[in-house]
Design a protein around this ligand. Structure first.
Ligand code: AQP
Length: 334
């Protein structure tokens, strides 16, 4: 029996991934690659919607791919590739843009948020059509499942609408993808501002735990994380967002129930709890960091592995694109 197809990706928007990317995406991907035929992409075309220096973008792309592998995504088992290596992504995005309503794209809340944050001068058309490119990413692979955070729900809805519209206008072509939405507790917040999502592009570095950071820097940031005056290690997202966030990280990395961690630290204060958490985080990150840096020491070998995987991805993507061109009446090249 064929395994379900799964697609996901991350933007190479920083030199290192942060712990939210690790817990919210990479840990899940690692598990999901066992039961699914998985495609994991470094979505560099998406990253172009933000200003980048060319040499930095190249570096960030390699570094992101190295972190996928170091975190346990195996390029011999999952198809791990760079989006721009497979031209069909940009081609299908154009096709899908011709069946997307202007108003429909304008309703995407991520576009509204980002464009109001960046201001009119820094808002480009690519940012507006970002969800159409994302739909192309997913539909090219006849994807069954898309693991995403709940902030991406609206983009998956658009992808499904476009698939349905295309299928009903031109005949059955695309598989209807389903989102696999993470539980709310899988969301990690900024250590200094525990009501905002931790993000690669956070304004301040102090609240972000980077996968490739020096262990001492990681421990220091945890020791300085914002908590509250109560002094008791207890999960309460509303009243104690800082401590709750630390508990979520602890529980996600150890697989332990929140209650058992609360019991262990009952009456011991935040200092002990943070020290314990720092050990957990550093212990988890250290092998990933070491492996990622080893991989980055041999960029030629990393590029070779990405090239092999891109060919595997292109073989699937090109089949879908050829079918789409045919169904729409584009004349075949002989
Ligand atoms: N704080 C988070 N908690 C849980 N999951 C998270 N993800 C991101 N931040 C958290 C998950 O990681 C993947 C990254 O996707 P992306 O790189 O395309 O963009 P993003 O979601 O916008 O991630 P960042 O780190 O916030 O990047 P920037 O700052 O560049 O926008 C997704 O699966 C996401 O759910």
């Amino acid at each position: 029996m064929n395994k379900p197809r799964l697609y996901s990706g991350m933007q190479p928007s920083a030199d290192s991934l942060q712990i939210g990317n690790y817990i919210g995406a990479l840990m899940q991907w690692r598990t999901l690659q066992d039961e699914n035929e998985a495609f994991f992409s470094v979505v560099d075309l998406h990253a172009l919607t933000q200003p980048n220096s060319p040499s930095e973008l190249r570096q960030k792309t390699r570094r992101t791919a190295a972190q996928y592998i170091a975190a346990g995504i195996e390029p011999s088992r999952s198809t791990l590739y760079v989006q721009s290596h497979v031209p069909a992504h940009a081609e299908l995005a154009w096709i899908l843009s011709t069946i997307t309503g202007f108003g429909e794209a304008g309703r995407m809340t991520q576009f509204k948020d980002k464009s109001s944050r960046y201001g009119a001068d820094a808002t480009n058309v690519g940012l507006f059509t970002y969800p159409v490119l994302m739909a192309a990413d997913i539909l090219l692979y006849q994807t069954d499942l898309v693991p995403v955070g709940d902030d991406q729900k609206q983009h998956i809805e658009l992808t499904r609408d476009l698939a349905e519209r295309f299928n009903s206008r031109f005949g059955e072509t695309f598989t209807m993808p389903r989102p696999v939405i993470q539980k709310e507790t899988a969301r990690i917040y900024d250590l200094q501002n525990p009501t905002s999502k931790m993000s690669k592009s956070a304004e301040s570095d102090a609240g972000v735990l980077w996968l490739l950071d020096d262990p001492k820097a990681t421990a220091k940031k945890i020791m300085r994380a914002v908590t509250d005056d109560e002094g008791s290690v207890r999960y309460d997202r509303e009243a104690k967002p800082g401590v709750s966030n630390l508990l979520v990280i602890y529980s996600a990395l150890t697989g332990r129930e929140m209650g058992s961690i609360e019991d262990e630290y009952a009456g011991r204060g935040y200092g002990d709890f943070k020290k314990g958490l720092a050990e957990v985080v550093v212990g988890e990150f250290e092998p990933v960091r070491t492996r990622a840096l080893e991989l980055l020491d041999d960029p030629a070998e990393l590029d070779r592995a990405l090239g092999v995987n891109a060919e595997r991805a292109a073989a699937v993507a090109d089949r879908t694109l050829a079918d789409v061109y045919d169904k729409m009446g584009l004349l075949r090249r002989v």
